[in-house]
Ligand binder design. Sequence first.
Ligand code: ADP
Ligand code: MG
Length: 316
Amino acid sequence: MRAVIEVEALRKSYGKVRALEGVDLTVPEGTVLGLLGPNGAGKTTIVRILTTLLEPDSGRATVAGLDVVDDARALRGVIGLAGQFAAVDETLTGRENLVLVGRLYHLDRAESRRRAEEVLARFDLLDAADRRVAGYSGGMRRRLDLGASLVGRPRVLFLDEPTSGLDPRSRIGLWELIGQLVKDGTTLLLTTQYLEEADRLADSIAVIDNGRVIAQGTAGELKARVGGERLDVMVAPASDVMAGAAALAPMAGGDLHVDPAEGRISLALPGGPPTVAEAVRRLDAAGVAIADLSVHRPTLDDVFLALTGRVSEDVG
Ligand SMILES: Nc1ncnc2c1ncn2[C@@H]1O[C@H](COP(=O)(O)OP(=O)(O)O)[C@@H](O)[C@H]1O
Ligand SMILES: [Mg+2]
């Protein structure tokens, strides 16, 4: 597959702060790259360079074959960007904002209106279209901002922390919308602090820390590096914890710990959450009663711990 985004040895400092210390990335056409990292990792700096808002100190980057420095003007015409903070105008209505963006892309009035209408419908904003953005909820602003980034029908889309600060319901709604865009073939680079978000949306994830890519792979590959999901079982006081451990051992891939005093069994779940039912059946068949049971998914903290040997400071 052809690479639509290519980044080589990118460096950028802000005064004494070294934000990027040599970043390499490749994003094949029609795929989604998730840049995953804590606050201050350098994610926004990468996005700002790739969208021509900031020049690198050294290194090279191209988007759709266009150089971010030499071809900056042409490049702006093929990309869309929704930044970390919504860039819509509060004093205008949702519709006015979208039409304005169309005009900035040099579309004529009729075409701008047509596309605004399309975006409003797609992002469930028709009812709110003629209200001022000042009265919109956080979720509505993000939807409008995302919509605005699509008015120019970009080939390549950049979303910088598209769901940070949203409540879980709005977050899931936005994931569905982004998922649809990707199905339409848009190449997407998105940054996030949430492993779950990268997991859900990205084909490939680059973990960024202190201005460097410290790991890259699919969500499954990264999870495997941190040990994947685990199941914790507390057996009921009257039950035989060793019998429970014996029943679960075949599905743990050799990774099972028993704490007989506590009545606790902890095991790897190589098949993920769907295999929880199998664990319950096995315990039931062995006559072991369950007092409590929980699945732990790896978090960004776990990934960081596994990759760097330290806990990331700013993940909230
Ligand atoms: N305009 C700026 N001036 C000085 N330092 C900055 C500026 N923007 C970002 N930084 C610093 O650069 C590093 C990377 O920041 P950023 O790219 O915003 O990270 P992220 O988006 O992953 O949170 C951080 O240490 C941040 O404090
Ligand atoms: Mg940022």
